[in-house]
Design a protein. Structure first.
Length: 263
């Protein structure tokens, strides 16, 4: 239940903002969709107030409605990206990524999800393996990247379904999966496997494998990948030689972030 604005000091408390955020927080994995009355009850506000807030969030693109039930849209992930981008992930993750790069002799990166893209927040390159220069803040389509798929695999079912319904995949190479149904299956498989591997779908000659970085509640808040040129790697070598150190590094980074209270 939201608090009472009268208990705040200085006259600067915005109760409307507090209630709007409380409405967003009312949705979770157990309650991915709610009716107007359910939102009002969860937040502790009147149905009329809940209606105004939900319609405002819908107008802004953070909520969708089927006429009776409301659910969040992938746009709410942008709020998480704003937070994650301020965490100095590169400073905290840098030493672990450097060690991973030395072990694998390949480039590694961290990205977060800001649909329809992934956004790079840290990177340790070894040699130029892509025609596109990537740095912190660079964006790539989520569906065609290993980090995007492993993050989509952890997204709530409703948000993933909405993303796939709106998706119009573009063939980046002759290997790019452009079937939405097949992409859905690949994302489901990434959830089962705990990693995603993309083989020359983004760019010819480029293979990458990614795993999630999880917060204290087990949610994937970012992804870590290793990218290699096809002349130096095979799918089997990435799975057999790179996956284990990649998982170890992601676990170390997640632990370091949790210890510092970052996630």
């Amino acid at each position: 239940m939201v608090g009472d604005a009268s208990t705040s000091s200085g006259g600067t408390f915005l109760q409307g903002l507090e209630r709007g955020l409380a409405v967003i927080r009312a949705f979770d994995a157990e309650q991915p969709s709610l009716t107007l009355s359910e939102v009002a009850r969860e937040v502790g506000i009147t149905p009329a107030t809940a209606r105004r807030i939900l319609l405002t969030l819908e107008e802004l693109g953070y909520v969708r409605s089927d006429g009776r039930r409301f659910s969040l849209t992938p746009r709410v992930l942008a709020l998480g990206w704003a937070y994650l981008s301020s965490l100095d992930l590169g400073d905290i993750a840098g030493p672990y990524m450097e060690e991973l790069s030395l072990k694998t002799r390949e480039s590694c990166s961290i990205a977060t999800l800001d649909l329809p893209d992934i956004v790079y927040v840290a990177r340790v390159p070894t040699r130029r393996i892509m025609t596109v220069a990537l740095g912190v803040g660079a964006r790539l389509p989520a569906y065609v990247t290993s980090m995007g798929r492993v993050l989509l695999a952890d997204a709530p079912a409703g948000e993933l379904s909405a993303y796939l319904v709106a998706l119009e995949p573009e063939a980046m190479t002759e290997h790019t999966v452009t079937s939405v149904a097949e992409l859905g299956e690949l994302i489901k498989q990434a959830a089962v496997d705990g990693y995603a591997l993309v083989d020359q779908e983004l760019e010819l000659g480029l293979r990458s494998i990614a795993v999630p970085i999880r917060d204290s509640r087990g949610r994937a808040v970012a992804a870590l990948n290793v990218s290699a040129h096809a002349s130096r790697s095979t799918r089997a070598s990435l799975q057999c030689e790179v996956l284990e150190p990649l998982l170890d590094c992601a676990d170390q980074i997640g632990t370091a972030l949790r210890r510092r209270g970052r996630i």
